[in-house]
Design a protein around this ligand. Sequence first.
Ligand SMILES: O=C(O)CCC(=O)C(=O)O
Ligand SMILES: [Fe+2]
Length: 325
Amino acid sequence: MRTPPAGSRVAPLETIDFGRILEQDPAEQSKLLAVCIKDGFFYLDLQAPRIRQILADKAHVVQMMEEYFALPNDVKMKDNRGAHTHGFKPVGTFTGFKDGARDGYETLKVAYPEMMAHSPLLPAVVQEQEGLFDSFIGLCHLVNKTMLVTLSDVLKLQGTDRFEAHHREGKPTNTTLVLLHYPQQDVKEGMGHNKHTDIGTLTLLFTEQWGLQLQQPGADEWDFVAPREGHAIVNVGDSLRFLSGKKFNSCLHRVVPVASDEDRYSIAYFLRPENDIHFEDVDGNKVKAAQWHDAKYVMFGEPHEKQAQSAMLTGGMERRTVILA
Ligand SMILES: O=C(O)CCC(=O)C(=O)O
Ligand SMILES: [Fe+2]
């Protein structure tokens, strides 16, 4: 197991018990709202009997990932569909965490609408284990949607103001499951995954290894997020921050390579809004959710200098020093 470098800071994150959210426990519901406002990043305990199948499914998905990512690149490239929500992406497509470096991870993406439709376009490895992916994606979706409904309830939102009114089933959406593999890399190369806020609504992240870091709103330091068995890590994305009228925080995070003799695997389920809804972005412009998604993916691939000129990558969450000329 990788460990963070000696003396590293570890983020003191709160824990929400999903079993108690399912039971509609008022204290846990209020705590969920408070943590979305304060940090926008928390541990989610998934060990309650009614949900822990998600942990068993996750372990099987990790096994499948180890086999899939061990395939030669040209075989995996057959799953590349030139899309950001579907199929394979090779290492180096976006920026790494160090200036000038490219990213150090490859991904396989399984789009929620294609999974629901059992589309023949799904990657062959997913079609071979359709039962597993159906179950896992279904449970990830249930967890994120349940938290969304709970947040609307606690805020006493009504009608079209409710968050789930922007996430109706059957509407076109960029919601997707992303399987990430970070091959062992020379720490000095500075590859990893560049700092960013997530594009969508809520991210459910499973990771068994160190490497993920976050920056608390307004802070300069980066804290490691300790992997914790039986738990996922949840973070608020730009879209939910915008839909909340910027009341919720969306922490800046990144993945740094940590000296290790093993590869790193992580799984992210990105719940995103309907493509056609509108919100006000970081600069106060009215944009469509799909437009924000597509533009931000273009930004992920731009050189660091260009990324630094805009608040898009960091969702407006980075402490910015104003230099007065
Ligand atoms: O690999 C990880 O732990 C985090 C990945 C991530 O932040 C992302 O894909 O948005
Ligand atoms: Fe992320």
